[in-house]
Design a protein around this ligand. Structure first.
Ligand code: PLP
Length: 474
């Protein structure tokens, strides 16, 4: 018999009742851990059935805690693409680390408010310590690293644009874009993550202010071509202000030539942001770190811990050495917020968010327990599995169409290069339930995309994927 109280008393049930729910959750997670690999990675969803099942919770009649937890778990099991599955070779969504899940739980339970340092000194210092660690690995002097945890890469990239506008035109903050003598432009590869369009929309520079530069050989944005564009735009009276390099494109995992682009920015008086939402994780491995060479020259960097660093969503980060610029961009004072304490920074005055969740704890605990070396081992293992995948695909007649040291494998059917063909192949693999991959367009050409992102993926899973795509082809 479940004597878990309902109604208002459920907010804080007696300890024995609370413990029973926790045990139920622990059992449920163990069960999921054991059974996920044996299930399909994803399954078709009956939308009407799903809505009816969700709608059955009308909140008029309280549901027993045990029943509610079981019911929700059932919904999630049936109607989710299982990014925790070892054969999820999808977008940059990882299977989370156990310590990451524990960190989320502790963060939720303590619920520190990180808006003001004085409300959450421990949490604020843990996040600042992590940012210095990450910034240091990326090549910034740790003592000068500033930044913040963000909901994800999109918010971090938005922060970079706000910072760039504020630093380039000090009048932007008070008077807005109207005070500028022309039209600000930012440049990113056509292969970049298109959050830039939404950011341009939101900041008021407008979507047309994003110059998407067609990628050159190897799907990389070429500095020489970019220099020509910048010169032509300037001649027309426009105001180029920011170059975005991508370290690990979403489609093909390609790293733009960071030193070349940094040099171009230096020569032309432009700011450089490196969007390393996915690829920045490589900085934790001494062996992989050289692939990011040049990233240390960026004015700001985006890194998502909820991608290749395998913590639960959402945990992005914006890193810079320009603490003053951030303070200028997000400055505000109110009578109702606690006063800033000497020698500390209140996160609400240096980032977009106000009330702030303790996002860093899941990464802190994961890193503390795995150690940097544990992370390095995992990242290098993923890179090795991707090599095995490339070999398996090439050996069975597929054409590998991207070139990257990161574990993103794009491959095409040499006999039929159409989008329809590749979309149908991806659909067949997904519908088989054996694996999850996606079709992708790279500089307009169709391909299939498989990313090794789960720490649960083993060589047998890679072999299974090769078999699944070959079955789909016949
Ligand atoms: C995922 C990604 C983003 C967006 O990050 P979110 O965490 O989804 O907000 C931006 N840039 C790149 C290169 C990405 O891979």
């Amino acid at each position: 018999m479940d004597d878990f109280p309902s109604g208002r008393a459920s907010f804080d049930p007696p300890p024995e009742a609370a413990e029973r729910v926790w045990r139920q959750v622990v059992d449920l997670l163990r069960d999921e851990r054991e059974r996920t690999a044996g299930r399909d990675v994803s399954a078709p969803v009956d939308v009407d059935g799903l809505r009816a099942a969700v709608g059955a919770y009308d909140f008029a009649r309280p549901v027993a805690a045990r029943e509610a937890v079981d019911g929700v778990a059932e919904l999630l099991r049936a109607a989710t693409v299982h990014t925790t599955h070892p054969r999820y070779f999808g977008l940059f969504n990882p299977a989370p680390t156990l310590m990451g899940v524990v960190g989320e739980t502790l963060a939720a339970a303590f619920n520190p408010q990180l808006a003001a340092w004085s409300h959450a000194p421990a949490a604020a210092e843990i996040e600042a310590h992590l940012l210095r660690f990450l910034g240091g690995r990326l090549g910034h002097p740790p003592e000068r690293v500033a930044g913040s945890f963000t909901s994800g890469g999109a918010e971090a990239n938005l922060t970079a644009v706000l910072l760039a506008l504020t630093r380039t035109w000090p009048e932007y903050g008070e008077k807005g874009l109207r005070a500028l003598p022309g039209r600000p432009l930012l440049y990113a590869s056509a292969e970049s993550h298109l959050a830039w369009l939404k950011i341009a929309h939101a900041t008021g520079i407008g979507r047309e202010a994003v110059r998407l530069v067609r990628a050159g050989p190897g799907l990389r944005m070429e500095a020489a071509r970019l220099a020509e564009l910048v010169a032509a735009d300037r001649a027309r009276g426009d105001l180029p202000f920011l170059v975005v390099a991508t370290a690990g494109t979403t489609g093909a995992g390609v790293i733009d030539p960071l030193h070349d682009l940094a040099g171009l920015c230096q020569d032309h008086g432009l700011r450089l942001h490196v969007d390393a939402a996915y690829g920045g994780a490589a900085a934790l491995s001494d062996r992989l770190r050289p692939v990011l060479d040049g990233i240390e020259r960026a004015d700001s960097i985006t890194l998502d811990a909820h991608k290749w660093l395998s913590v639960p969503m959402g945990a992005g980060a914006l890193l810079t050495t320009d603490a003053e610029g951030l303070a200028e961009t997000f400055r505000v004072t109110t009578s109702y917020m606690p006063d800033e304490i000497q020698g500390t920074v209140d996160p609400y005055t240096s980032s977009q968010q106000w009330s702030r969740r303790f996002m860093g704890l899941k990464l802190f605990l994961s890193l503390a327990v795995a150690g940097r070396a544990g992370y390095a081992e995992q990242l290098e293992r993923d890179a090795g599995l991707a090599d095995a995948l490339r070999e398996g695909l090439a050996a069975t007649g597929w054409k590998i169409v991207n070139d990257t040291p990161l574990p993103v494998v794009c491959f095409a059917d040499p006999g039929d290069g159409t989008w329809e063909r590749h979309e149908a192949l991806a659909r067949a693999v997904v519908e088989s339930g054996r694996a999850w991959i996606s079709p992708v367009r790279l500089d307009g050409r169709a391909a299939l995309r498989a990313c090794v992102i789960s720490h649960r993926t083993a060589l047998a899973d890679v072999e299974d994927l090769v078999d699944a795509v070959n079955k789909a082809r016949t």
